[in-house]
Design a protein. Structure first.
Length: 577
């Protein structure tokens, strides 16, 4: 007995957990698969928040994507009015009706008849709705909006009894239904419908803040299912409704060790020789006119040349303006646009609220599938939200892009006021690499200095480089440290000239000394030659005297010998005699 009860309970809970996917972008993610299958869902909210559009998209996408025919029963708008209203979303209701994929039924309730008879029951509606469902084998049903069905009915007891009957009847039919209801003053709906819908209640809201409208969706209740509990912004545009789920905050995404060029060879060298990591986030901040957009465009140009897909969101300039301006520094971005590798999207921040911008950015990224995203400049978003709101939005965007493995480059305008410093610092803590471009004013000139403030995981240069924008592109050059401090611009050029002149003069001085030494050596050699000649003359003179003395000595010796011989000869003769 108990085992069969448990089994029945298990089957019932399994039935509750079965989902019917809506096909609406983002809504199936938040509801973890869609609306409760075979059960009614209440969609409530004030006038103009998008209830009818969301419910008609549920019917259309069911017919087109999930082969589930649907019945849309309207108590306000006629079929041709509905067809016109949703044509702007790209839905052709007339064709779907002709193909018997959907059925639109307009039910007109005459208040005077109810007031006169004082009787009211839904039997006529059940017959009509039952016929509509059976005629096309409908799996999905929408009743829009239920207030009109009960308008003029003052007896609350009858109203409640009939509502119970309606919800019970829909469950018996086994159709996945959406019932739309107007927002009540103290409850979600005027008739307190949420009491009767036990399974799923979704609340839509349309808020205006600082003259900027934001549409938000919240799942108030979803029995038997996990679901997102936050308020989620949603966008209504030419592709229908897109709901933006908050991205994972688990910080468990994969990271890449591949590198991509910054677009400036000298900057790549400052970043260890290879540029930034793929899938990282980069912030380029600086005051007005420091070349942030030029640096972003150079980054995009170089990576488009390498076959990367780039998506450029501009919040200040139009695409044609950016392309024209970049031609002045030798970048032809229009060629990449034509090749399909680069796509521009420009809009004023005040066009949407922050959340809407985030939804629009998400949508474009999902559609274009880029490798690189540029947001130029994010500081303009402060005009539509506080610093903390902008930071919260960018955290969600950075998370989303890192999960997708997309490299993102933000530019931020830095001014000497607290708000922008907070923005700079607030955002700089999120990003992996931070480049700061500062004005260096000296010698009556304004030049630019670039600092690599941080680059996570990359050994980078701690030097200040002068950032030069020329007709041939961008470059970073070494700044010179003179007696007056850091030298840039013409002061640096003058210092280089001075250094080169100094080297030339030094070279000239060295060669002059060499020539002097050579001359002295020649003079010395000449003197040595003269002394040698003089010495040879004296030596010759001395030798002459010496030889004469020797000669005299020899002659005297000879004479003496001769004399001695003569004497000896006389003596001999005498002895012979």
């Amino acid at each position: 007995m108990s085992s069969s009860t448990n089994q029945h309970h298990h089957q019932a809970s399994a039935a509750i957990l079965q989902k019917s996917p809506t096909g609406i972008s983002g809504l199936d993610e938040i509801t973890r698969g869609g609306l409760p299958l075979g059960r009614p869902t209440l969609l409530c909210g004030s006038a103009g928040c998008g209830k009818t559009l969301m419910s008609i998209e549920f019917i259309v996408r069911g017919a087109l994507e999930f082969n589930e025919p649907g019945v849309f029963m309207a108590f306000e708008e006629k079929a041709d009015e509905l067809a016109t209203n949703v044509a702007s979303l790209g839905f052709d209701l007339n064709t779907l009706v002709a193909d018997k994929k959907i059925r639109i039924d307009h039910v007109h309730i005459e208040r005077s008849e109810i007031e006169e008879t004082g009787e009211y029951d839904l039997d006529g509606l059940f017959i009509r709705l039952g016929y509509a469902i059976d005629s096309i084998g409908a799996k999905r049903v929408v009743l829009d909006t239920i207030e009109n069905l009960f308008s003029g009915l003052t007896n609350q007891n009858i109203l409640r009894a009939e509502l119970r009957r309606l919800f019970g009847w829909l469950k018996e039919k086994g159709v996945t239904a959406i019932i739309t209801g107007e927002r009540g003053e103290n409850s979600l709906t005027r008739q307190g419908l949420e009491e009767y819908v036990s399974d799923c209640v979704i609340l839509l809201d349309h808020r205006i803040s600082n003259q900027i409208s934001t549409r938000l969706l919240r799942i108030v209740k979803y029995r038997g299912s996990m679901h997102g509990t936050n308020e989620y912004p949603f966008l209504i545009d030419e592709d229908g409704i897109s709901v933006l789920p908050i991205t994972s905050l688990a910080l468990d995404m994969e990271v890449s060790t591949k590198r991509i060029t910054s677009g400036i060879e000298s900057l790549d060298k400052m970043l260890g020789g290879d540029g930034f990591y793929e899938g990282s986030s980069i912030l380029v901040s600086g005051t007005a006119g420091t070349g942030k957009t030029s640096l972003a465009a150079s980054f995009v140009d170089a990576n488009c040349r390498n076959g990367k897909r780039c998506l450029y969101f501009g919040f200040e300039e139009s695409p044609s303006q950016i392309q024209r301006n970049m031609r002045s520094i030798g970048l032809d971005l229009s060629a990449h646009v034509e090749s399909g590798l680069l796509e521009f999207h420009s809009s004023r921040p005040t066009l949407f609220g922050l959340e809407m911008h985030l939804v629009a950015i998400h949508k474009r990224i999902k559609k274009f599938q880029p490798d690189i995203v540029v947001l130029d400049p994010i500081t303009n978003l402060i005009t539509v939200g506080s610093v903390s709101e902008v930071k919260a939005m960018l955290i969600r965007l950075v998370d989303f892009l890192q999960n997708e493995g997309i490299t993102v480059l933000f530019t931020a305008l830095a001014l000497n006021n607290t708000i922008n410093e907070q923005t700079d610092e607030g955002i700089s803590s999120l990003v992996d690499s931070w480049l700061l471009i500062r004005d260096i004013e000296f010698n009556g000139e304004r030049n630019r200095g670039m600092y690599v403030m941080k680059s996570r995981g990359i050994g980078h240069s701690n030097q200040v480089r002068e950032f030069i924008i020329t007709a041939a592109g961008l470059d970073l050059v070494d700044v010179y440290l003179g007696p007056e401090g850091v030298l840039t611009g013409s002061a640096r050029e003058a210092h280089i000239v001075k250094e080169e002149t100094g080297l030339a003069l030094q070279g000239y001085a060295v060669s002059r000394k060499d020539r002097e030494i050579l001359r002295k050596r020649r003079m010395l050699e000449s003197q040595i030659a003269n002394l040698r000649t003089e010495f040879e003359s004296v030596e010759e003179e001395l030798n002459k005297v010496y030889m004469e003395e020797e000669l005299k000595k020899n002659i005297q010796e000879k004479n003496r010998n001769d004399l001695a011989k003569k004497r000896l000869g006389d003596d001999n003769k005498k002895s012979e005699d």
